[in-house]
Write a protein that binds this ligand. Structure first.
Ligand code: 13P
Length: 339
C-alpha cells in the first residue's frame, strides 16, 4: 500500500473538511461568466479563482483540496505567487482535472465516454512537478426512457476510470473517481438508485481488475435523487436514506472518503442532503462535499466581475464553505443559515 497516497486521501476527508471543485473547463467557466455578464479571459478567470483561494477562514477551516483546470495550475496570482502555492499555503491540497471531457460514444446516441488516457502518464508526471496531489476524472451517465444508460456506456466509462486511477497512483496522485449519473430527465428516485448502483458496481469491479489500491482513492458520486423533471420529488430524508443505502451496497470500507458532486442541486439542497446523511447514519467512510456550483454560485453572483465586490463575494463563499463543513459533520440545520 502506498502510504503517501492513503495519507492524502484521508486528509481530504478530515472531519468537517471537503473539496472546492474549481476545475471548470474554459468552455464551462465562460458559461458561468455569461450569467454575470463578465467576459471570460485568462485574467478574469485568474482574478475570480484567486479571490476564492484567498478567502480567509473558508480555506483554512473548511477546504481540504481544490480541483483546478490545467490553465489554473499553471497560473500565478496578481502578486506573482503560483496559485497552487496560494492554495497549499492555506493547508489545502491542489488537485487537477485530467480528463479531456465526455465525448460522444460511437453507436450509442445520447451517450458519452470520457476521454483523456492518451499521454496521461506524462501529464501526471508534469502535474506532480507543478504541485498537484490529487486528480479528478469525471464520467457522465445519462438516464433516458430510450434505454439509456446502455451497458456499453456503464462499462466503457468504468473501464476508463479504472485505467485513469491506476495511472494516477503509479505517478503519485490520489485519483478521485467520479461516475456522475446526471439529474436530467423525468425519472423517479428509484431509477436513479438503480442506475447509480449499476455504475458503482461496475466501477469497483474495474478498479479491482486494474489493481487500484482503494485506500489511496476518493469516490465522487452523485446523490440518489429524483430527475429534475420528475412529477414528484423525493424529500431530504428519502434522498439521504437511498444514497447511504446504495453507497453501503457498493463502496468497499477500504475507501477512505466519499465527496459528493452537487450536480445542479440548489445550494441549500446540496447542504441539507449531506447533513442528513452524516446526522442519521453510521458509515465506514468519511462523507463530505466536492462541490462546484453549490459552493460557488452565491460568490459568483455577488462578485459580478467587479473588483469592488470582492469582499461580498468572499463572504458568500465563506458562508457556503462553513455551511457545508457543518453538513460534513451532520450539524447543519436551516437555522445555521441565519446564525
Ligand atoms: P458540481 O458540484 O457543480 O456538480 O461540480 C462538481 C464537479 O467537479 C463536476 O465534475
Amino acid at each position: 500500500m502506498n502510504n503517501e497516497l492513503a495519507k492524502v486521501a484521508a486528509a481530504i476527508v478530515a472531519p468537517g473538511k471537503g473539496i472546492l471543485a474549481a476545475d471548470e473547463s474554459t468552455g464551462t467557466i465562460k458559461k458561468r461568466f455569461d450569467t454575470i455578464d463578465t467576459v471570460s479571459t485568462t485574467d478574469s478567470r485568474r482574478d475570480y479563482r484567486e479571490m476564492l483561494f484567498r478567502t480567509s477562514d473558508a480555506m483554512e477551516k473548511h477546504i481540504s483540496g481544490v480541483i483546478l483546470f490545467d490553465e489554473t495550475l499553471r497560473q500565478k496570482a496578481a502578486d506573482g505567487t503560483p496559485l497552487a502555492k496560494v492554495i497549499s499555503d492555506t493547508g489545502a491540497f491542489p488537485g487537477i482535472k485530467v480528463d479531456a471531457g465526455a465525448k460522444p460514444l460511437a453507436g450509442r446516441a445520447g451517450e458519452t465516454v470520457t476521454e483523456g488516457l492518451d499521454g496521461l502518464r506524462e501529464r501526471v508526471a508534469e502535474y506532480v512537478e507543478l504541485g498537484a496531489k490529487f486528480a479528478k476524472w469525471r464520467a457522465v451517465i445519462n438516464i433516458g426512457s430510450d434505454g439509456r444508460p446502455s451497458h456499453t456506456s456503464i462499462h466503457s466509462n468504468a473501464h476508463a476510470l479504472a485505467r485513469y486511477a491506476a495511472i494516477c497512483q503509479e505517478g503519485g496522485l490520489v485519483p478521485i473517481v467520479e461516475p456522475e449519473v446526471l439529474m436530467d430527465g423525468d425519472h423517479d428516485i428509484d431509477k436513479c438508485y438503480a442506475v447509480t448502483e449499476w455504475a458503482l458496481k461496475e466501477l469497483y469491479q474495474e478498479l479491482f481488475y486494474a489493481k487500484v489500491e482503494l485506500e489511496g482513492t476518493i469516490l465522487k458520486p452523485n446523490m440518489v435523487i429524483s430527475g429534475t423533471e420528475a412529477q414528484t420529488r423525493a424529500g431530504v430524508e428519502e434522498v439521504a436514506e437511498k444514497t447511504v443505502r446504495v453507497l453501503k451496497n457498493c463502496v468497499p470500507a477500504a475507501v477512505p472518503g466519499i465527496c459528493f458532486l452537487s450536480g445542479g442541486q440548489s445550494d441549500l439542497e446540496a447542504t441539507a442532503h449531506l447533513s442528513a446523511m452524516n446526522a442519521g447514519y453510521d458509515m465506514p467512510w468519511g462523507l463530505s462535499f466536492s462541490y462546484g456550483r453549490a459552493l460557488q454560485h452565491a460568490a459568483l453572483n455577488a462578485w459580478g466581475g467587479e473588483a469592488s465586490n470582492v469582499d461580498a463575494a468572499q463572504a458568500a463563499f465563506r458562508k457556503r464553505a462553513h455551511m457545508n463543513s457543518l453538513a460534513a459533520l451532520g450539524k447543519w440545520s436551516e437555522a445555521s443559515e441565519n446564525e
